[in-house]
Design a protein around this ligand. Structure first.
Ligand SMILES: [Zn+2]
Length: 322
């Protein structure tokens, strides 16, 4: 992956995909730290208007955040404009040369649709070459996502390389079945494991049976981001209680929660995947323009289906006041 520019002069672009909560930012942070991709321009796409994922990323030459629309659908034009801009800047004599563009997609994106859109753009087709689609699959939730979410299957179909994340502590037979299922969907794909970005050998079990992949009924409601302001609240303590209750009641509809919560200890990064609220991570103070825009504090983003921002706000208010 670390080869220099292609002989035809086109700039390589690698797409990193995977379902909500698969651990894309964590994995990528480690690869950047190890300089696996050379000198990169990193684009982080978030479907929500409140960017959070860029905070997790350390070492990239340049980080650019495209927030407020998924790059495979409503944010497609913004992505194309950003990529044309990068290509144009590379022509300037005094520009910092990059080896590669990395695109971290939102968990709602179909990487295949992005690759297609780029190949259909007359300017980008001459300037960029998509040289890899890496899709991350969470060992704990992956099978359930493949069974129930059309999008999760499309992501796997589009992948050239799949990284199974968070498999530590999961029974090996279960990981082997997931691996078999991934190969059933995409027989040509290379599958590897990683824990917090560090390669981890996957259990070999040739007898493992793939999970069944039932027909997925068309769903009326797409997964989308919902915003909630928690500025008028009781901080982390009340938020975690309220959120746990919400996830217990609506966990099937809420796939992911992210946000930055201010507290006396500093700014806390809040994340949940399905019903699991992760221990908050204390964020360093923002260091400058290179890290992309600072997120809005005390706004949390819930990604899921069938919710209502007003009802969420009312529920939170009632909890804090009551
Ligand atoms: Zn999309």
């Amino acid at each position: 992956m670390n080869e220099q520019r292609r002989r035809d002069g086109r700039l390589p672009l690698t797409i990193i995909g995977g379902f909500l909560g698969a651990g894309k930012s964590t994995w990528l942070r480690h690869q950047l730290h190890e300089e696996r991709f050379g000198t990169v321009h990193l684009i982080v796409n978030e479907a929500a208007e409140t960017p959070v994922d860029n905070l997790l990323l350390g070492k990239a030459e340049q980080v650019e955040v495209l927030a407020g629309g998924c790059a495979c659908c409503e944010g497609r034009e913004a992505l194309i404009a950003a990529l044309r801009n990068i290509c144009g800047n590379q022509d300037a004599l005094d520009s910092r040369r990059i080896d590669r563009i990395l695109l971290e997609t939102s968990g709602l994106a179909d990487p295949g649709a992005i690759a297609l859109a780029l190949s259909e753009d007359p300017i980008l087709a001459r300037r960029l070459a998509v040289d890899g689609v890496i899709v991350l699959v969470d060992a704990l939730h992956g099978a359930q996502q493949l069974a129930g979410e059309e999008l999760s299957r499309r992501q796997v179909e589009a992948a050239e390389r799949i990284v199974i994340t968070k498999s530590r502590g999961i029974p090996p037979g279960q990981v082997a079945r997931l691996t078999r299922t991934l190969r059933l969907i995409n027989p040509a794909v290379a599958v590897e494991g990683a824990e917090l970005g560090v390669p981890l050998e996957l259990p070999a079990d040739l007898d493992a049976q793939p999970y069944e992949l039932p027909e997925i009924a068309a769903r009326a409601e797409p997964i989308k981001p919902y915003r909630l302001s928690i500025a008028e609240g009781g901080g982390w303590a009340s938020l975690s209680v309220w959120l746990s209750a919400l996830l217990a009641a609506r966990g099937n509809d809420i796939v992911r929660v992210k946000g930055v919560v201010t507290s006396p200890d500093g700014r806390l990064l809040l994340q949940s995947v399905r019903r699991v609220v992760q221990a908050p991570e204390i964020l360093p103070e923002p260091e400058g323009a290179d890290r992309g825009p600072a997120p809005q504090d005390d706004i949390i983003v819930l990604i899921g289906r069938g919710m209502d921002e007003k009802l969420l706000a009312r529920s939170w208010e009632r909890f804090v006041l009551g």
